[in-house]
Design a protein around this ligand. Sequence first.
Ligand SMILES: Cc1cc2nc3c(=O)[nH]c(=O)nc-3n(C[C@H](O)[C@H](O)[C@H](O)COP(=O)(O)OP(=O)(O)OC[C@H]3O[C@@H](n4cnc5c(N)ncnc54)[C@H](O)[C@@H]3O)c2cc1C
Length: 354
Amino acid sequence: MTDVVLLEKGYLCHGASGRNGGGVRMQWGTATNIALARRSIELMKGFAAEMGINIWLRQGGYLFLAKSNAVAQKLERSAELHNRHGVNTRLLSLEGARDLVPGLSMKGVQLAAFNEEDGVIFPWAFLWGYAKALAKHGVKVETFTRVTGFELGDGRVKKVITDRGEIACEVAVLASGAWSPQIAQLAGVHLPNEPHRHEICSSEPLKPFLGPLVSVLDSGLYFSQSMRGEIVGGMGDPNEPAGMELGSTMRFLARYSQALLEQLPTLGQVKILRQWSGPYDVTPDNSPILGRTPQLPNLLQMSGFVGHGFMMAPAVAERMAAWMCTGHADELFTRFNLDRFAAGRLEREDMIIG
Ligand SMILES: Cc1cc2nc3c(=O)[nH]c(=O)nc-3n(C[C@H](O)[C@H](O)[C@H](O)COP(=O)(O)OP(=O)(O)OC[C@H]3O[C@@H](n4cnc5c(N)ncnc54)[C@H](O)[C@@H]3O)c2cc1C
């Protein structure tokens, strides 16, 4: 396709894609997400060669910890599903987990699950790499350009209206993460996604010691060590109300440091250097909204990736591009269509951190 333009109201990493933990994992609760994540990781491995930028992929694995019986059972069920789909997730005893991360207290933990192919990347480089490749292929990347409306006619989007002018289009793709419902509303379309702030922080750099990203699935605590040595981590807050709030709080720092030190007491004296937040784009079933808008078929949806859109993006975008350009059917865009909510046909994913 030619004549493609990407519109971004701020700078390139302004949204959740520039604010996330960079975690990429194959440990999911559905066969679809396992396959998408596996394909994404494959694409990430070749990213430097293909896009000419180092995204600092480090495959140290994901170590999930379960405290309650219910979460331990979830880990057992998902490990079995992973193994059936060719992902080598292993259930570990407390000692087995401690062998992977010396110093882990394992306080209150009853079971662990580990897949060594999971890992972390550096999100900003990932976006810069895609933007560079888009420019090379003639796509115009227009930053600081806000979508303010749509011109509709004959049941279609005819123009996208921005604060820098109007663009006539054959197809418009709404891929604005947690802002998507606001923008869809400009075309009279209701999306059920809700933004929820998630806070995250980064410590001073430490000598490399932490292999996997560690996550206590019960509380939504997660932390990993970046290639620069920082401990990057966060934790969901069940009391966080819905809304586009992107500030930082002391409450988060207190909850996160308490939960982190409970599992890794040796980090007690480490300094936090930076704290920020970003929006999770939460749908009623924790799965994305993909494909044609029922009442506006040339407005394509691609949002609702909750807290895992970064790792799903390469695989979903690849499928989306093939589907858009060839017209060949792809069940992803019918199964995850917006119409599933009205039809009560939910696609629930429950391996969600936070
Ligand atoms: C703290 C945190 C940690 C996370 N950790 C992970 C993780 O470890 N792994 C993972 O895979 N995912 C993670 N996620 C989720 C992941 O970041 C998102 O799912 C993903 O980045 C969503 O990408 P997106 O392109 O859909 O949305 P975004 O990256 O949010 O991009 C949407 C863009 O739309 C722009 N926009 C808004 N309104 C307009 C307008 N009117 N006109 C033009 N542009 C507009 C915004 O400025 C924004 O840049 C995390 C999220 C958060 C907040």
